[in-house]
Design a protein around this ligand. Structure first.
Ligand code: PMP
Length: 428
Protein backbone atom coordinates (compact mmCIF):
# COMPACT_ATOMS: atom_id res chain seq x y z
CA UNK A 1 0.00 0.00 0.00
CA UNK A 2 1.25 3.42 -0.93
CA UNK A 3 1.34 6.01 1.81
CA UNK A 4 -0.48 9.27 1.15
CA UNK A 5 2.90 11.03 0.89
CA UNK A 6 3.93 8.55 -1.83
CA UNK A 7 0.72 8.85 -3.80
CA UNK A 8 0.84 12.65 -3.63
CA UNK A 9 4.46 12.62 -4.82
CA UNK A 10 3.47 10.36 -7.72
CA UNK A 11 0.65 12.73 -8.67
CA UNK A 12 2.98 15.71 -8.28
CA UNK A 13 5.58 14.23 -10.62
CA UNK A 14 3.05 13.87 -13.41
CA UNK A 15 2.11 17.56 -13.19
CA UNK A 16 5.20 19.41 -11.91
CA UNK A 17 8.84 18.90 -13.01
CA UNK A 18 10.28 16.52 -10.42
CA UNK A 19 7.10 16.95 -8.39
CA UNK A 20 8.35 20.13 -6.71
CA UNK A 21 8.40 23.89 -7.18
CA UNK A 22 11.93 24.27 -5.81
CA UNK A 23 14.53 21.54 -6.40
CA UNK A 24 15.82 20.66 -2.88
CA UNK A 25 12.29 19.74 -1.81
CA UNK A 26 12.47 16.61 -4.01
CA UNK A 27 14.87 14.77 -1.63
CA UNK A 28 17.29 13.99 -4.47
CA UNK A 29 20.20 14.71 -2.11
CA UNK A 30 19.07 12.13 0.48
CA UNK A 31 16.75 9.80 -1.43
CA UNK A 32 13.22 8.76 -0.51
CA UNK A 33 9.82 10.41 -0.68
CA UNK A 34 9.44 13.95 0.66
CA UNK A 35 6.66 14.28 3.22
CA UNK A 36 3.84 16.46 1.93
CA UNK A 37 3.14 18.99 4.65
CA UNK A 38 -0.44 19.55 5.68
CA UNK A 39 -0.04 22.06 8.49
CA UNK A 40 2.31 23.59 11.01
CA UNK A 41 1.96 25.02 14.49
CA UNK A 42 4.77 26.47 16.59
CA UNK A 43 7.84 24.22 16.30
CA UNK A 44 5.97 21.37 14.60
CA UNK A 45 4.68 20.30 11.22
CA UNK A 46 2.38 17.42 10.20
CA UNK A 47 2.55 15.44 6.98
CA UNK A 48 -0.14 13.91 4.80
CA UNK A 49 0.17 10.59 6.66
CA UNK A 50 -0.49 12.29 9.98
CA UNK A 51 3.11 12.03 11.23
CA UNK A 52 4.41 15.01 13.19
CA UNK A 53 7.93 16.41 13.14
CA UNK A 54 9.94 18.97 15.09
CA UNK A 55 10.84 21.33 12.27
CA UNK A 56 14.36 22.75 11.88
CA UNK A 57 13.78 24.05 8.34
CA UNK A 58 11.18 26.71 9.14
CA UNK A 59 10.37 27.17 5.45
CA UNK A 60 14.13 27.59 4.89
CA UNK A 61 14.49 30.43 7.38
CA UNK A 62 11.51 32.78 7.38
CA UNK A 63 9.59 31.23 10.29
CA UNK A 64 11.68 32.61 13.13
CA UNK A 65 8.61 32.82 15.41
CA UNK A 66 7.39 29.35 14.42
CA UNK A 67 4.50 28.15 12.30
CA UNK A 68 1.14 29.91 12.31
CA UNK A 69 2.02 32.39 15.06
CA UNK A 70 -1.30 33.93 16.22
CA UNK A 71 -0.02 37.54 15.93
CA UNK A 72 1.23 36.97 12.38
CA UNK A 73 -2.00 35.27 11.34
CA UNK A 74 -4.08 38.08 12.85
CA UNK A 75 -2.06 40.68 10.91
CA UNK A 76 -2.47 38.73 7.68
CA UNK A 77 -6.22 38.30 8.19
CA UNK A 78 -6.70 41.98 8.96
CA UNK A 79 -4.73 43.04 5.88
CA UNK A 80 -6.51 40.55 3.62
CA UNK A 81 -9.91 41.86 4.71
CA UNK A 82 -8.95 45.22 3.22
CA UNK A 83 -8.04 43.74 -0.17
CA UNK A 84 -5.15 41.66 -1.42
CA UNK A 85 -3.30 44.02 -3.70
CA UNK A 86 -3.61 47.45 -5.23
CA UNK A 87 -0.46 48.11 -7.23
CA UNK A 88 -0.50 51.52 -5.56
CA UNK A 89 1.38 52.89 -2.55
CA UNK A 90 0.18 51.73 0.88
CA UNK A 91 1.13 52.87 4.38
CA UNK A 92 2.40 49.45 5.52
CA UNK A 93 5.21 49.61 2.95
CA UNK A 94 6.39 52.88 4.44
CA UNK A 95 6.24 51.39 7.90
CA UNK A 96 8.24 48.37 6.75
CA UNK A 97 10.93 50.54 5.18
CA UNK A 98 11.11 52.65 8.35
CA UNK A 99 11.42 49.58 10.58
CA UNK A 100 14.17 48.12 8.39
CA UNK A 101 16.05 51.44 8.38
CA UNK A 102 15.84 51.68 12.15
CA UNK A 103 17.06 48.14 12.78
CA UNK A 104 19.77 48.02 10.10
CA UNK A 105 21.46 51.44 10.11
CA UNK A 106 23.29 50.92 6.77
CA UNK A 107 19.90 51.01 5.02
CA UNK A 108 19.40 54.66 4.12
CA UNK A 109 16.71 53.84 1.56
CA UNK A 110 14.89 50.54 1.02
CA UNK A 111 13.00 49.05 -1.92
CA UNK A 112 10.69 46.07 -1.36
CA UNK A 113 10.50 43.17 -3.80
CA UNK A 114 8.91 39.70 -3.60
CA UNK A 115 11.86 37.30 -3.17
CA UNK A 116 15.51 37.07 -2.25
CA UNK A 117 16.36 36.40 -5.89
CA UNK A 118 14.75 39.66 -6.96
CA UNK A 119 16.62 41.49 -4.22
CA UNK A 120 20.07 40.25 -5.28
CA UNK A 121 19.26 40.71 -8.97
CA UNK A 122 18.32 44.32 -8.26
CA UNK A 123 21.43 44.85 -6.13
CA UNK A 124 23.68 43.68 -8.98
CA UNK A 125 21.97 45.91 -11.53
CA UNK A 126 22.22 48.85 -9.15
CA UNK A 127 25.92 48.20 -8.52
CA UNK A 128 26.58 47.97 -12.24
CA UNK A 129 24.49 51.06 -12.97
CA UNK A 130 26.24 52.99 -10.21
CA UNK A 131 29.80 52.08 -11.15
CA UNK A 132 29.46 51.74 -14.93
CA UNK A 133 31.40 48.47 -14.58
CA UNK A 134 30.20 44.93 -15.15
CA UNK A 135 32.38 42.42 -13.32
CA UNK A 136 30.84 40.80 -10.22
CA UNK A 137 32.86 39.00 -7.56
CA UNK A 138 31.12 36.18 -5.69
CA UNK A 139 32.42 33.36 -3.51
CA UNK A 140 32.47 29.64 -4.05
CA UNK A 141 29.53 27.88 -2.37
CA UNK A 142 27.55 31.09 -1.75
CA UNK A 143 24.02 31.07 -3.11
CA UNK A 144 22.32 34.35 -3.93
CA UNK A 145 19.16 33.21 -5.71
CA UNK A 146 18.86 32.02 -9.28
CA UNK A 147 19.68 35.06 -11.43
CA UNK A 148 22.01 34.16 -14.31
CA UNK A 149 25.02 36.10 -13.05
CA UNK A 150 24.82 34.41 -9.65
CA UNK A 151 24.36 30.77 -10.64
CA UNK A 152 28.08 30.31 -10.96
CA UNK A 153 29.59 27.95 -8.40
CA UNK A 154 26.51 28.47 -6.26
CA UNK A 155 25.53 26.58 -3.14
CA UNK A 156 22.14 25.31 -1.89
CA UNK A 157 20.07 23.29 -4.38
CA UNK A 158 22.62 23.81 -7.15
CA UNK A 159 25.20 22.16 -4.92
CA UNK A 160 22.88 19.44 -3.62
CA UNK A 161 22.16 18.42 -7.19
CA UNK A 162 25.83 18.46 -8.08
CA UNK A 163 25.45 21.15 -10.75
CA UNK A 164 26.94 24.39 -9.44
CA UNK A 165 26.63 25.86 -12.92
CA UNK A 166 23.21 25.84 -14.53
CA UNK A 167 22.48 25.03 -18.16
CA UNK A 168 20.90 28.03 -19.83
CA UNK A 169 23.26 30.58 -18.33
CA UNK A 170 25.04 32.14 -21.33
CA UNK A 171 28.83 31.77 -21.02
CA UNK A 172 29.21 35.51 -21.77
CA UNK A 173 27.16 36.26 -18.67
CA UNK A 174 28.96 33.72 -16.46
CA UNK A 175 32.25 35.23 -17.66
CA UNK A 176 31.29 38.52 -15.98
CA UNK A 177 31.21 36.72 -12.60
CA UNK A 178 34.52 36.08 -10.94
CA UNK A 179 34.34 33.30 -8.35
CA UNK A 180 36.79 33.41 -5.45
CA UNK A 181 37.30 31.12 -2.43
CA UNK A 182 35.34 32.13 0.69
CA UNK A 183 37.39 33.38 3.64
CA UNK A 184 40.58 33.92 1.61
CA UNK A 185 41.78 37.51 1.89
CA UNK A 186 44.79 36.92 -0.40
CA UNK A 187 42.64 35.79 -3.34
CA UNK A 188 40.43 38.86 -2.96
CA UNK A 189 43.46 41.18 -2.81
CA UNK A 190 44.91 39.59 -5.95
CA UNK A 191 41.60 39.93 -7.82
CA UNK A 192 41.38 43.64 -6.98
CA UNK A 193 45.06 44.05 -7.81
CA UNK A 194 44.56 42.58 -11.27
CA UNK A 195 41.01 43.69 -12.19
CA UNK A 196 40.05 46.35 -9.65
CA UNK A 197 38.94 48.81 -12.33
CA UNK A 198 36.46 46.27 -13.76
CA UNK A 199 34.80 45.21 -10.51
CA UNK A 200 31.29 46.63 -10.01
CA UNK A 201 30.49 44.67 -6.86
CA UNK A 202 31.51 42.06 -4.37
CA UNK A 203 28.51 40.05 -3.18
CA UNK A 204 28.89 37.83 -0.14
CA UNK A 205 26.83 35.85 2.35
CA UNK A 206 28.30 37.42 5.50
CA UNK A 207 27.74 34.06 7.18
CA UNK A 208 27.47 31.41 4.49
CA UNK A 209 24.36 29.26 4.89
CA UNK A 210 24.06 27.60 1.53
CA UNK A 211 27.09 25.31 1.74
CA UNK A 212 26.07 24.08 5.17
CA UNK A 213 27.06 26.93 7.54
CA UNK A 214 30.48 28.54 7.18
CA UNK A 215 31.38 31.36 9.55
CA UNK A 216 33.64 34.04 8.06
CA UNK A 217 36.83 35.36 9.56
CA UNK A 218 36.16 38.96 10.55
CA UNK A 219 39.31 39.88 8.58
CA UNK A 220 37.72 38.48 5.41
CA UNK A 221 34.68 40.78 5.64
CA UNK A 222 36.88 43.70 6.65
CA UNK A 223 39.15 43.10 3.65
CA UNK A 224 36.14 43.04 1.33
CA UNK A 225 35.05 46.39 2.82
CA UNK A 226 38.51 47.93 2.49
CA UNK A 227 39.10 46.72 -1.08
CA UNK A 228 35.66 47.81 -2.32
CA UNK A 229 36.15 51.25 -0.80
CA UNK A 230 39.66 51.55 -2.23
CA UNK A 231 38.60 50.57 -5.76
CA UNK A 232 35.17 52.23 -5.92
CA UNK A 233 33.30 48.90 -6.01
CA UNK A 234 29.99 48.26 -4.24
CA UNK A 235 30.03 45.85 -1.28
CA UNK A 236 26.80 43.84 -1.15
CA UNK A 237 25.97 41.80 1.93
CA UNK A 238 23.39 39.20 1.00
CA UNK A 239 21.55 38.93 4.30
CA UNK A 240 18.50 37.15 2.87
CA UNK A 241 19.24 34.32 5.30
CA UNK A 242 21.20 36.05 8.08
CA UNK A 243 19.02 39.18 8.36
CA UNK A 244 17.01 39.09 11.61
CA UNK A 245 18.28 35.53 12.05
CA UNK A 246 21.75 35.84 13.58
CA UNK A 247 21.08 39.14 15.40
CA UNK A 248 18.55 41.96 15.25
CA UNK A 249 20.87 43.97 13.00
CA UNK A 250 21.97 40.96 10.95
CA UNK A 251 25.51 39.72 10.32
CA UNK A 252 26.67 43.30 9.65
CA UNK A 253 25.85 44.18 13.28
CA UNK A 254 27.66 41.08 14.58
CA UNK A 255 30.82 41.74 12.61
CA UNK A 256 30.70 45.53 12.66
CA UNK A 257 31.21 45.81 8.90
CA UNK A 258 28.97 48.22 7.00
CA UNK A 259 28.09 47.18 3.43
CA UNK A 260 27.02 49.61 0.69
CA UNK A 261 23.97 47.52 -0.19
CA UNK A 262 22.13 44.81 1.73
CA UNK A 263 19.67 42.27 0.40
CA UNK A 264 16.99 40.85 2.69
CA UNK A 265 14.23 38.25 2.39
CA UNK A 266 12.97 35.28 4.42
CA UNK A 267 12.32 36.64 7.99
CA UNK A 268 11.16 40.07 6.75
CA UNK A 269 8.21 38.34 5.08
CA UNK A 270 7.41 36.08 8.03
CA UNK A 271 6.55 33.25 5.62
CA UNK A 272 5.05 35.44 2.89
CA UNK A 273 6.88 36.61 -0.27
CA UNK A 274 8.85 39.72 0.70
CA UNK A 275 12.41 40.70 -0.19
CA UNK A 276 14.23 43.99 0.04
CA UNK A 277 17.30 45.77 -1.21
CA UNK A 278 18.59 48.80 0.61
CA UNK A 279 21.69 50.77 1.44
CA UNK A 280 23.57 53.93 0.60
CA UNK A 281 21.30 56.77 -0.43
CA UNK A 282 23.46 57.84 -3.40
CA UNK A 283 23.31 54.30 -4.82
CA UNK A 284 19.63 53.67 -4.03
CA UNK A 285 18.67 56.98 -5.66
CA UNK A 286 19.79 55.53 -8.98
CA UNK A 287 16.68 53.32 -8.95
CA UNK A 288 13.69 54.25 -11.12
CA UNK A 289 11.76 56.53 -10.87
CA UNK A 290 14.58 58.72 -9.44
CA UNK A 291 17.39 57.34 -11.55
CA UNK A 292 18.20 55.33 -14.67
CA UNK A 293 18.38 51.82 -13.15
CA UNK A 294 15.08 50.07 -13.85
CA UNK A 295 13.32 47.74 -11.44
CA UNK A 296 9.63 47.08 -10.80
CA UNK A 297 7.08 44.54 -9.54
CA UNK A 298 3.31 44.08 -9.87
CA UNK A 299 3.06 42.61 -6.38
CA UNK A 300 6.02 44.40 -4.76
CA UNK A 301 5.11 45.54 -1.26
CA UNK A 302 2.04 43.29 -1.21
CA UNK A 303 -0.11 44.52 1.70
CA UNK A 304 -0.78 41.03 3.05
CA UNK A 305 2.84 39.90 2.76
CA UNK A 306 4.13 43.09 4.33
CA UNK A 307 1.62 42.71 7.19
CA UNK A 308 3.08 39.24 7.95
CA UNK A 309 6.58 40.69 7.84
CA UNK A 310 5.76 43.64 10.10
CA UNK A 311 4.12 41.38 12.68
CA UNK A 312 7.18 39.08 12.63
CA UNK A 313 9.61 41.99 12.96
CA UNK A 314 7.62 43.25 15.93
CA UNK A 315 7.95 39.88 17.67
CA UNK A 316 11.73 39.65 17.12
CA UNK A 317 12.16 43.08 18.74
CA UNK A 318 10.89 41.73 22.08
CA UNK A 319 13.50 42.04 24.85
CA UNK A 320 15.93 39.09 24.96
CA UNK A 321 14.44 37.55 21.78
CA UNK A 322 17.79 36.84 20.13
CA UNK A 323 19.54 35.93 23.40
CA UNK A 324 16.93 33.23 24.05
CA UNK A 325 16.92 32.01 20.47
CA UNK A 326 20.72 31.79 20.44
CA UNK A 327 20.77 29.98 23.80
CA UNK A 328 18.31 27.33 22.59
CA UNK A 329 20.20 26.90 19.32
CA UNK A 330 23.50 26.59 21.20
CA UNK A 331 21.95 23.96 23.47
CA UNK A 332 20.92 22.02 20.36
CA UNK A 333 24.35 22.31 18.69
CA UNK A 334 26.23 21.31 21.84
CA UNK A 335 23.83 18.45 22.58
CA UNK A 336 24.18 17.06 19.05
CA UNK A 337 27.97 17.25 19.26
CA UNK A 338 27.96 15.47 22.64
CA UNK A 339 25.60 12.74 21.40
CA UNK A 340 27.84 12.04 18.41
CA UNK A 341 30.90 11.86 20.65
CA UNK A 342 29.19 9.31 22.92
CA UNK A 343 28.83 7.02 19.93
CA UNK A 344 32.20 7.68 18.34
CA UNK A 345 30.81 9.46 15.26
CA UNK A 346 33.04 12.14 13.70
CA UNK A 347 30.63 15.06 13.91
CA UNK A 348 30.30 18.56 15.27
CA UNK A 349 27.72 21.33 15.20
CA UNK A 350 27.81 25.07 15.81
CA UNK A 351 25.38 27.97 15.76
CA UNK A 352 25.28 31.69 15.16
CA UNK A 353 22.11 33.13 16.69
CA UNK A 354 19.19 31.03 15.50
CA UNK A 355 21.08 29.41 12.63
CA UNK A 356 23.17 26.23 12.88
CA UNK A 357 25.46 23.92 10.92
CA UNK A 358 25.92 20.17 11.37
CA UNK A 359 29.15 18.71 10.02
CA UNK A 360 30.23 15.08 9.66
CA UNK A 361 33.87 15.92 10.34
CA UNK A 362 35.89 16.70 13.47
CA UNK A 363 35.91 20.52 13.20
CA UNK A 364 33.64 23.14 11.57
CA UNK A 365 34.66 23.90 7.97
CA UNK A 366 36.05 27.33 7.05
CA UNK A 367 35.83 26.92 3.28
CA UNK A 368 33.90 25.26 0.50
CA UNK A 369 36.74 22.74 0.16
CA UNK A 370 36.41 21.75 3.81
CA UNK A 371 32.62 21.46 3.49
CA UNK A 372 33.23 19.00 0.67
CA UNK A 373 35.33 16.88 3.03
CA UNK A 374 32.31 16.18 5.25
CA UNK A 375 31.00 12.60 5.16
CA UNK A 376 27.90 12.97 3.02
CA UNK A 377 26.90 9.30 3.32
CA UNK A 378 26.90 9.64 7.12
CA UNK A 379 24.75 12.77 6.86
CA UNK A 380 22.25 10.93 4.69
CA UNK A 381 21.95 8.05 7.18
CA UNK A 382 21.61 10.49 10.07
CA UNK A 383 18.99 12.49 8.19
CA UNK A 384 16.79 9.43 7.64
CA UNK A 385 17.28 8.15 11.20
CA UNK A 386 16.13 11.54 12.49
CA UNK A 387 13.22 11.86 10.05
CA UNK A 388 11.95 8.44 11.12
CA UNK A 389 12.10 9.68 14.74
CA UNK A 390 10.07 12.79 13.93
CA UNK A 391 12.84 15.38 13.46
CA UNK A 392 12.74 17.34 10.23
CA UNK A 393 16.13 18.67 9.08
CA UNK A 394 16.90 20.11 5.64
CA UNK A 395 17.23 17.20 3.19
CA UNK A 396 20.78 18.14 2.19
CA UNK A 397 24.23 18.13 3.75
CA UNK A 398 24.75 21.65 2.35
CA UNK A 399 22.07 23.67 4.11
CA UNK A 400 22.02 25.49 7.41
CA UNK A 401 19.36 24.65 9.99
CA UNK A 402 17.01 27.04 11.79
CA UNK A 403 15.53 27.21 15.28
CA UNK A 404 12.50 29.36 16.05
CA UNK A 405 11.31 31.09 19.21
CA UNK A 406 8.55 28.45 19.30
CA UNK A 407 11.14 25.71 19.93
CA UNK A 408 10.87 24.98 23.66
CA UNK A 409 13.58 23.29 25.70
CA UNK A 410 11.40 20.13 25.60
CA UNK A 411 11.53 20.15 21.78
CA UNK A 412 15.30 20.38 21.83
CA UNK A 413 15.56 17.63 24.47
CA UNK A 414 13.33 15.40 22.36
CA UNK A 415 15.56 16.12 19.36
CA UNK A 416 18.67 15.25 21.35
CA UNK A 417 17.14 11.96 22.52
CA UNK A 418 16.39 11.12 18.88
CA UNK A 419 19.93 12.11 17.93
CA UNK A 420 21.37 9.83 20.59
CA UNK A 421 19.52 6.89 19.04
CA UNK A 422 20.42 8.00 15.50
CA UNK A 423 24.14 8.33 16.27
CA UNK A 424 24.00 4.94 18.03
CA UNK A 425 22.65 3.44 14.80
CA UNK A 426 25.41 5.19 12.79
CA UNK A 427 28.14 4.13 15.20
CA UNK A 428 27.21 0.47 14.90
N1 PMP B 1 20.32 34.78 -0.94
C1 PMP B 1 20.50 33.90 0.05
C2 PMP B 1 21.65 34.07 0.99
C3 PMP B 1 19.61 32.84 0.22
O1 PMP B 1 19.80 31.97 1.22
C4 PMP B 1 18.51 32.71 -0.68
C5 PMP B 1 17.50 31.58 -0.57
N2 PMP B 1 17.85 30.51 0.18
C6 PMP B 1 18.37 33.66 -1.71
C7 PMP B 1 19.29 34.68 -1.79
C8 PMP B 1 17.25 33.58 -2.68
O2 PMP B 1 16.04 33.88 -2.07
P1 PMP B 1 14.66 33.38 -2.71
O3 PMP B 1 14.68 31.89 -2.61
O4 PMP B 1 13.62 34.03 -1.86
O5 PMP B 1 14.63 33.85 -4.11
Amino acid sequence: MQSRNESLFERARSAIPGGVNSPVRAYRGVGGTPPFIVRGSGSRIWDADGKSYIDYVGSWGPLIVGHAHPAVLAAVRAAAEDGLSFGAPTEREVEMAEVLKRLVPSLELVRLVSSGTEATMTALRLARGHTGRSLIVKFEGCYHGHADSLLVKAGSGALTLGSPDSAGVPPEIAARTLVLPYNEVGALERAFGERGQEIAAVIVEPIAGNMNMVVPERAFLEAARRLCTGHGAVLIFDEVMTGFRVALGGAQARFGVRPDLTTLGKVIGGGMPVGAVGGRRDIMERLAPLGPVYQAGTLSGSPVAVAAGLATLELVRAPEFFERLAAETLHLAQGLTAAARRHGVAFCAQNVGGMFGMYFRAAPPASYGEVMQCDKAAFTRFFHEMLARGVYFAPSAYEAGFVSSAHARADVEQTLAAADAAFAALGR
